[in-house]
Design a protein around this ligand. Sequence first.
Ligand code: BMA
Length: 315
Amino acid sequence: MIPWQERPAGCSDILWRYSENPVISRYAIPSSNSVFNSAVVPFKDGFAGVFRCDNRRIQMNIFAGRSADGLNWEIEHEPIRFECGNTQMIHSEYKYDPRVACIDGRYWITWCNGYFGPTIGIGYTDDFEHFYQCENAFLPYNRNGVLFPEKIGGRYALLSRPSDSGHTPFGDIYISYSPDMKYWGEHRHVMGPTRFEDSAWQCTKIGAGPVPIKTAEGWLLFYHGVITSCNGFRYSFGAALLDLEDPSKVIYRSMEYLLGPATDYEMVGDVPNVAFPCAALVDGDRICIYYGAADTCTAMCFGYISEILEFLKRQ
Ligand code: BMA
């Protein structure tokens, strides 16, 4: 059973928020300044996750956690200690914004890895106790690496967002393929920011969010979109449907956002006006999305996949 609440009476939004948000508070572990932009997956009888916790020096790292119900989380007090994966041990100055994809029974973690600038780190675990770090997927600079949950045409597939070394004022989503999780190529453009006059919430940059969800009609991808306002970046999120066999082909894409910063915990925090989704749990037609709120805490929202697909078709 994934976390779930019915749509509140009188609400007509496609996605509605968990009434007890934030589901994970900024001080969830003794060392944390903030716990946000984090990923969860079904694991054994419950759930496991990889959490972005910034400590009180504001050092960014990723921590493992477990939960029976997806709501009450026990997060380790020490960051994940990786052993060698498919290469020698890789230098890592910081780690943030993890995603977790279960592929053929193994849990693959991608994150933004500090390697002379941000790039895509990759690791895996089978038990959420032992973790192995693999080659970075790319040269710096890149962020928002998100794996597909199965091989496509016999190869692993990874979305990413080439960037710069700072707070990147641009950004398109690309897809790359690998036979072995080590060498990545056949890079193809998936989608870029929109024109300001068409859909301004996503006109500065976009980036993949949770691991794409397979539906009969295509891969359902939630992604964040950014507008540059006089107060800086504002992060909302929408969705797109990608072709099952060739996910570089976009079938539908949201012009309206699905969720934009509107509550206190999304609008007030270390970085105001941020809703940044990194994981989704699915149970039939029901979906529960975990998103970072204001770079401070972790929130959840709910929806029906069928309604999201209908929404995309209307766009
Ligand atoms: C991005 C990343 C995210 C963060 C977002 C909003 O560049 O650093 O971790 O949530 O900015 O500050």
